[in-house]
Design a protein around this ligand. Structure first.
Ligand code: DHB
Length: 366
C-alpha cells in the first residue's frame, strides 16, 4: 500500500460520510466493522424538501429494510489501516508513486520514500490513486475511452459544531439553488450550498452561509436551523467522468482513478468500494484456484454498476440543482419531478433502491 500523504493527513481529512448497506456489509464481512457498528448512525430515510415542505422517502418500507450508515470516510481509513497493521501488512505513507511500468507483463511501481527512489515489483497494481493520480495515465491513450460532463455549479460545504437540525439528511430544492443537510455525528453537522464553481470562498463569511442555508431550507411550519462554529469550509466542483476500460493488462483502476460522480446521492466512496469488491473476488479466484476469468471480466463487471450509478447521480443532481438561465418552465419541471418522486410509490421506490445501493452483480440475477 503506497500512499503519497502522511497517515495523519488521510486519517483527518474530511471527505464522504454516507455508507450504503452493501458497503457496510462488505466492511463487516472483512472484519473491520466493529467501530462502524458502534459509532455509525443508521438512517432509514431521507427528506426531499421543496416548496417549503418536506417529504420523507422511507427506505424501511421502500428498500426492503436496507438503510445507510453515516460514518466518515477517514474513520473507515483508520479502521482499514489498523486491520492491515494487525496482520503485519506493509503500509507506506509519504510514499509518492512516480511511475508505473510494464503493466502488460510484470508491473513495477517506482516510488519515492524517505529520500530514496524505490521499486515495487507487483503481480497486479490496484490503481486507487484518484482522479489526478498516475495510474490512469499509464494506460495508452488509444486504449482508453473517456466520457465526461462538467456541471455549471459547485458545492460550498461546511462542517459545523452544532447538533444536526434533523435526524435524517435533507435534500432541498430552492429557486436560489440546492442545499443539503447532512452530519458526521450527533454533535457535528455537514451542510452544503449549490454555488458558482468559480466562487471564491472569501466571499462567504460564516453569517452569509447561515443566512443562505436558512433561506434554502425554509418551511411553512417554521423549521429552525441552529448555527454553530464553522470549523471547515470549502468549494467542490462537480463532474461526471468515466474512463473505460478499467483494466489494462495487470493494472486495474478503482474509484476516482476510473470514474467521478457528482456528489448528490453520496455515491463516490460506495462506488469505489464496489470496485474493490470485484477486484478482490478476482484476486482470490486467481491466487486460490489459478483462474483469471474474473480478473479478465473486471472492467465489464464494474462498468455495469458504474453506469447505473452515474445515471442515478446525474439524475439526482439534475433534479435538485438550478441550472444557469433556467426559466419558469424548467423551474416547474423540477417541482413536478419532485412532486412525482415523492407521491408515486414506483418513483420513490426507484430512488430508494438506488440510494441504499443497488445489489452487487454476484447477488443480482444475471
Ligand atoms: C453527504 C454528501 C453527499 O453528497 C450526499 O448526497 C449526502 C451526504 C455528506 O458529505 O454527508
Amino acid at each position: 500500500m503506497l500512499e503519497s500523504r502522511t497517515q495523519e493527513y488521510v486519517e483527518q481529512r474530511v471527505r464522504a460520510g454516507v455508507l450504503e448497506q452493501g458497503t457496510v456489509d462488505l466492511l463487516t464481512e472483512s472484519g473491520v466493522g466493529a467501530r462502524l457498528h458502534r459509532e455509525g448512525l443508521v438512517h432509514h430515510g431521507i427528506e426531499l424538501r421543496f416548496n417549503c415542505a418536506g417529504h420523507r422517502i422511507d427506505f424501511a418500507d421502500l428498500a426492503g429494510g436496507k438503510g445507510i450508515t453515516i460514518y466518515a470516510q477517514h474513520e473507515v481509513l483508520k479502521d482499514l489501516a489498523a486491520a492491515r497493521r494487525a496482520v503485519g501488512g506493509a503500509l507506506f505513507y509519504t510514499a509518492e508513486a512516480v511511475s508505473v511500468h510494464d503493466v502488460e507483463s510484470a508491473p513495477t511501481i517506482r516510488f519515492e520514500h524517505g529520500g530514496k527512489t524505490e521499486t515495487l515489483e507487483c503481480d497486479f497494481i490496484a490503481g486507487c490513486d484518484g482522479f489526478h493520480g498516475i495510474c490512469r495515465g499509464a494506460i495508452p491513450a488509444n486504449a482508453l475511452c473517456i466520457h465526461e460532463r462538467v456541471y455549471p455549479f459547485g458545492w460550498l460545504g461546511i462542517l459545523a459544531e452544532v447538533a444536526p437540525a434533523s435526524d435524517e439528511l435533507i435534500y432541498s430544492y430552492h429557486q436560489r439553488g440546492f442545499a443539503l443537510l447532512s452530519m458526521r455525528s450527533p454533535q457535528i453537522s455537514r451542510l452544503y450550498l449549490q454555488c458558482d464553481p468559480e466562487e471564491d470562498i472569501a466571499n462567504w463569511p460564516d453569517d452569509r452561509i447561515w443566512v443562505e442555508l436558512r433561506t434554502r431550507f425554509q418551511t411553512h411550519d417554521g423549521w429552525h436551523l441552529a448555527d454553530g462554529p464553522i470549523v471547515q469550509k470549502g468549494i467542490t466542483p462537480m463532474r461526471s467522468f468515466v474512463a473505460e476500460p478499467m483494466r489494462h493488462g495487470n493494472l486495474f483502476l478503482l474509484g476516482d482513478a476510473a470514474h467521478i460522480v457528482p456528489p448528490t446521492g453520496a455515491k463516490g466512496l460506495n462506488l469505489a468500494v464496489a470496485d474493490v469488491r470485484v477486484l478482490t473476488s478476482g484476486l482470490v479466484d486467481f491466487y486460490k484456484h489459478g483462474r483469471r476469468e474474473r480478473l479478465d471480466r473486471y472492467s465489464h463487471t464494474c462498468l455495469r454498476r458504474v453506469w447505473k450509478v452515474q445515471r442515478f447521480s446525474w439524475w439526482m443532481t439534475s433534479m435538485l440543482h438550478r441550472f444557469p438561465n433556467e426559466d419558469s418552465f424548467q423551474h416547474h419541471l423540477h417541482l413536478a419531478e419532485l412532486d412525482y418522486v415523492t407521491s408515486s410509490r414506483a418513483a420513490s421506490q426507484s430512488l430508494a433502491e438506488n440510494y441504499v445501493g443497488l445489489p452487487f452483480e454476484d447477488e443480482a440475477k444475471k
